[in-house]
Design a protein around this ligand. Sequence first.
Ligand code: NAD
Ligand code: UD1
Length: 338
Amino acid sequence: MRILVTGGAGYIGSHTCVELLARGDAVTVIDNLSNSREESLRRVEGLTGREVDFHRVDLLDRPGLDRVMAIAQPESVIHFAGLKAVGESVREPLRYHQNNVAGTLHLVEAMAAIGCRRLVFSSSATVYGHGAPPLREAAPLGATNPYGKTKWIIEEICRDLAASDPAWRIALLRYFNPVGAHPSGQIGEDPQGLPNNLMPYVLQVAVGRLPHLNVFGTDWPTPDGTGIRDYLHVVDLARGHLAAVDHLDRLAGCVAINLGTGRGTSVLELVSGVERASGKRVPWQPSSRRSGDVAVSFADPTLAKELLGWTAELGLDAMCSDAWRWQVGNPRGFAAAP
Ligand code: NAD
Ligand code: UD1
């Protein structure tokens, strides 16, 4: 299949490109490299022995987008491109709405212009706001920050689009907490600056770049007092996109689907997992709760199994050991690459 991947140089996009190329799909990537480096795609090519048709284009550049669409003629689009830092979105809401929402409008218009109406979109469990787990797709939506609102708004736009034209087939994939890296250690998450999320922070403590982890709350109503999340191996997540692309024709219009394991892991359990995988101690200190956090969040992954035949297969040990292999082999991410 000919597949266009927006944001394909990024963390989840690069892992998805590996899986697509490995099974023989033709992959075109659009990325403005605002949060990634082309080196990730070179490594994707090295891992698969196949070429990525890469275009450094911004989704806000509509003529540029049209040019790539016309050449690539994709049968399906997987849309990862977006800004994703919650705190930054609170400080710069217009930039988030412009990039994520307006960028998506350009994308679906450019798709319609060449007659491509098959789309897989990166949504997030953040659209459940403070909902109670296990989170099902029918749960009420509610975002607590501008980043989350862009995901919610884009979901609504996709629902309107599919209702207006039955030719559209759209999967809104609501990811829980993607972590880990390709087992080769060649590609992985490369956060710029201080990591916001738990796993990259813990890895940087383990590798000695940061002195200790601040645990945001040790008095949550959970067995060890720390927050519980549904961590999901990025390779499982990447495979979820292939399953979604393959099942688009069987979906009725626009459908939201959780991608998670259905299992919860606490902050301290994840810290222990990284300690086991790395053989290093991860010093941590109790710190106050982060605003907007919830005690427990995990998916009900039943619908993904029913509609896509997809379930997560890799457990916490694989997530930690694969993430560690990437971190230790690339302590400064892709930046140190020639
Ligand atoms: P990432 O930042 O590594 O990848 C996103 C890519 O999109 C980057 O390469 C960036 O350069 C590119 N990009 C951003 N704006 C663009 C634009 N206007 N035009 C072209 N390229 C643009 O992030 P990721 O972790 O791989 O996330 C991918 C998607 O999944 C995002 O939409 C994110 O919101 C969503 N998501 C991520 C998580 C997570 O924890 N990583 C969780 C839920 C949802
Ligand atoms: C965060 C985002 C959410 C986004 C998700 C995936 C916030 C408020 N929420 O959620 O919108 O969809 O990432 O990208 O930013 N923790 C620490 N110390 C740290 C970092 C995290 O104790 O330095 C704890 C958190 O309190 C939480 C757990 O680790 O209990 C996981 O945090 P994180 O990786 O940021 O994910 P989410 O909280 O699920």
